[in-house]
Design a protein around this ligand. Sequence first.
Ligand SMILES: Nc1ncnc2c1ncn2[C@@H]1O[C@H](COP(=O)(O)OP(=O)(O)OP(=O)(O)O)[C@@H](O)[C@H]1O
Length: 465
Amino acid sequence: MDDVSQSFSYTARRTTYLTIVCSLGFLFLAESGGVALLVTLLSHNLWLSLAINLSHLALCLFIMKMMLAVLFTRHQLTKTALQLRYGSSLNVQIPYSAILDIQPVRDMQATAQPVSARYDAGKQRITACFSDQGQLLLRCIHPLPLKLGRKEYQVSNLLFNVDQRDTFLAQIALLRATGTAEEPAELEFAPVQKSSPAPTAPGLAGKTQKSALPLQKSAIRLQGLTRTFADFVAVDHVQMTIQEGEIYGFLGSNGAGKTTTIKMLVGLLEPSSGQVWMGEYNVWQDPVAARALIGYVADRALLYERLTGREFLQFLAQIRGLSEELAERRITHLLEMLALSDQAGQLCGSYSFGMKRKLALAAALLHEPRILILDEPLNGLDPRSARYIKDLLLQLAAGGTTILLSTHDLATAEAVCDRVGIFHRGRLLAEGSTSELRQLAGAGAADLETVFLQLIQEQKAEVTA
Ligand SMILES: Nc1ncnc2c1ncn2[C@@H]1O[C@H](COP(=O)(O)OP(=O)(O)OP(=O)(O)O)[C@@H](O)[C@H]1O
């Protein structure tokens, strides 16, 4: 087994539990002892009474052992996996790479059940709790075959308790970040270079300056992505890789193909050819798993006009399967963060355009997606809100969220994006950081606007030549 980084027990209410178990054990022992004594007196058979007494004692010890076992809960964080141990029936290892997320919850129902670990086939859940304090719900990316007792089950999520829940979450977040970087064997794709030029950029390939990145997982990958409408090629063999935690901007004039590309990424428009991956999932072969990773804000916000802002978010939280308590906490936080708290009780239909966009962003962030895809996120926002959203995007990316946004606003791209991809007539003309693109465009390109116009000009010249 790997080195144990930290181990967590669960002791809340241990004394109360121990008192209850001991009292019950004592009562059971006294009662069964009385019955055994009665049998001895009535039967006058020494061997029979001895056998009855011994079997009662064995039964008592067995029940006590079962009930006390849960007190020896011990969860360990190793370099690559979380080892969950609860009583004598559950002892499983879950690799960090298999974990979708871990959320604090409070499921009272779970603790109203017997204390032994159990499996719920409907939810594909193992519940290993004996208190509603310090509960965590771990969701797996894929159902995992895990053993409970002697049986193996397909498990999508596990409910368990830990002491020091916040420390546990912080520690596991750290280990997941470092643990995955130490697992090159699990990388779906070879490490790529930050500004690998798009093969669909004739005449420009090789011009971008490459800068090597530390080993990272790709969050989004497009391979030969193409979409035609009748004879018109709206997106033409686009090839790109976006790394985890990167902010990537799609730049391009009207009709360049940005929205069409985004729609294919989020599973709304089927590509004519080519492939798209979100993390390890192919969007068109494994759509449910891929979409679970994404938060998406369309260029036109679609809201339920007859619900209030808060009701709309509550409705989406239910669809996303968030517990009521967690949903309320996140909704309140997001409404505050996006300065919508005062309007949360008003109907969405009465919201201004900018407010609708902010509410759509809150909706996309509800399930804390690993990948955020935003089509023109700053359109229609006042300068203060726009500034606020930009800061928020930087914060999210610093926390590891991958962000892909499309924009016409070159200043935004320059201020926020790690890299930009310039689209023109459905093709990815060039990509790189703004300084790389400036170099690419040659002397005199002082800003992204000059680069953008120059690249498009070059492209026109190439087409006419
Ligand atoms: N459903 C459709 N049927 C036919 N043509 C379409 C369809 N959707 C998009 N197009 C065409 O594909 C091209 C790319 O459109 P897209 O919306 O992707 O551009 P864009 O870069 O997002 O533009 P903008 O910045 O103006 O939003 C356009 O010429 C558009 O007319």
